[in-house]
Design a protein around this ligand. Sequence first.
Ligand SMILES: [Zn+2]
Length: 216
Amino acid sequence: MDIKELFQNAKIYDISVGLSSKTPVFPGQDKFSREYLSKIAEGGRANLSKISMTSHTGTHVDSPFHFIKEGHTIDQVSLTSTVGFAKVFKVTAPKIDVNEIKDLGIEKDDIVLFKTSNSELWELEDFSYDYVYITPKAAEFLSDRGVRAVGVDYIIPEAFDDTDRPVHHILLGQNIIIIEGLNFTNVPEGEYALVCLPLKILENDAAPARAILIAF
Ligand SMILES: [Zn+2]
């Protein structure tokens, strides 16, 4: 395969959200913040900032360790879970249940990404409680299919009131990685190469990531 030729016709979609103090976060968590330790405009030799955020702010990857005591931490997650063949499905229903996904052609080893109206919620600074979520039954379906990862376009993949977090447990319990905080605005449904690289924070439950889709 001619890789140079392949990339000449490639289109890259940035599906990451911007990080700033305006980025919405899960209720009760601190927002992203930045402090300049040195500023050229104030006589410093360089601009140098210190940033603070939870590991679940903006676009990020959940490792099994987030909910599973002995689960893999983010540095142990195989990159084949977040880099590879991916399918973007548009779901217009208010929730992602088995009916919405059973006939989509989801197969073993797919990386499955759900584009919903959630992508519009990134415009708002406050957390929106009315978002599209995956039901536990749909999570079981995805687990049975043997997908590698599931990506969603909001901060949490499941219903806010499901406080036992069954969707996290079902997916992470099977080593199916959850990518959260994606933005599919302007991304058509279809097949892509996903490149999503969580920062290699040792022994951590999650990590922020830059995520892109490449259409060839
Ligand atoms: Zn998370």
